[in-house]
Design a protein around this ligand. Structure first.
Ligand SMILES: [Zn+2]
Length: 289
């Protein structure tokens, strides 16, 4: 899949950038990105940076404070969507709506080295993303590279009617469809409603990211992470699918959550055993003996 860098004539032809753009298109087609909703960052590998450097700006922009401190991300390069960008436009004007930023040696500032043409700048959620990248990288021994934020309808709707805690929402999603516990065996974190775009929501989210690879923002959307674009997109897709099943079932049930059939805790444990999953035991009821 990795295209030889020597064949690429521009940044947009490099494999990681193609994958980045494809995820934006895929997310838009799912209906998760109304207007300028959502954002995406990717922590580049050493190989990516070596290939991309050929196309970096001659003179990088000035350093800009990040407003959060992420020392472990010092010297890392991130691909990021721009503030205010519409996901549906990413593929047609990538160098305008996408850019690459370098993090400074302290992990508290960034500068643009490619893209963000015509005065664009990184997503306002960049502090959240970088802080969460730091946490997920530590939690996964460096494997996690993709941080994806979207506004999927069913997840948002669910946060309007169910108790806002990770255990409750995770259990409802696990019980809704068999795939759920396979896709997110540690569960999904939940941040209560907060003002987006600042350091406070970034810190609240990053606390949860120590445990979860996906975090719901109540009445707002969802963050999904993963080692590659397929994993992050797939996680977003699976959580939204399960939330959609829950929403439909509840509608069909006259609004009641007293369902006739759901997957039992014994059933969830059996799936975890069968697939040897690192399941979050605290989210299952004690086994009755
Ligand atoms: Zn959002």
């Amino acid at each position: 899949m990795q295209k030889d860098a020597n064949e690429a004539r521009c940044m947009e032809e490099l494999a990681f950038m193609k994958d980045f753009v494809r995820l934006c298109d895929d997310g838009y087609r799912q209906g998760w990105h109304e207007r300028n909703g959502g954002n995406l960052t990717y922590r580049m590998t050493t190989e990516d940076v070596a290939q991309a450097q050929l196309f970096f700006n001659g003179t990088p922009y000035e350093w800009t404070p990040l407003d959060v401190l992420a020392p472990s991300m010092a010297g890392e390069f991130f691909v990021s969507t721009s503030a205010g960008s519409y996901m549906r436009n990413i593929s047609s004007d990538t160098s305008h709506y996408v850019g690459i930023v370098e993090i400074n040696g302290k992990g508290d500032a960034y500068r643009v080295v490619w893209g963000f043409e015509q005065g664009a700048r990184p997503t306002s959620e960049l502090p959240s993303h970088v802080l969460n990248h730091a946490v997920r990288a530590a939690a996964t021994d460096g494997a996690c590279r993709v941080m994806y934020h979207a506004h999927p309808s069913s997840v948002i709707a669910m946060t309007m009617v169910v108790e806002l805690n990770a255990r409750t929402i995770t259990r409802l999603l696990w019980q809704a469809m068999t795939e759920s516990i396979l896709a997110f065996p540690m569960g999904v974190g939940v941040v209560p409603w907060m003002v987006p775009g600042g350091a406070d929501i970034a810190k609240a989210t990053s606390k949860l990211m120590k445990t979860y690879d996906a975090v719901i923002w109540a009445s707002h959307g969802l963050f999904a992470t993963g080692p590659d674009f397929d994993a992050a997109f797939g996680l977003m897709h699976a959580i939204e699918k399960a939330a959609g099943v829950y929403v439909r079932a509840r509608c069909m049930n006259g609004g009641s959550d007293n369902f006739r059939n759901t997957i039992t805790d014994e059933g969830l444990r059996a799936i975890a055993d069968e697939f040897n999953l690192p399941i979050n035991e605290a989210f299952l009821e004690e086994t009755l003996i």
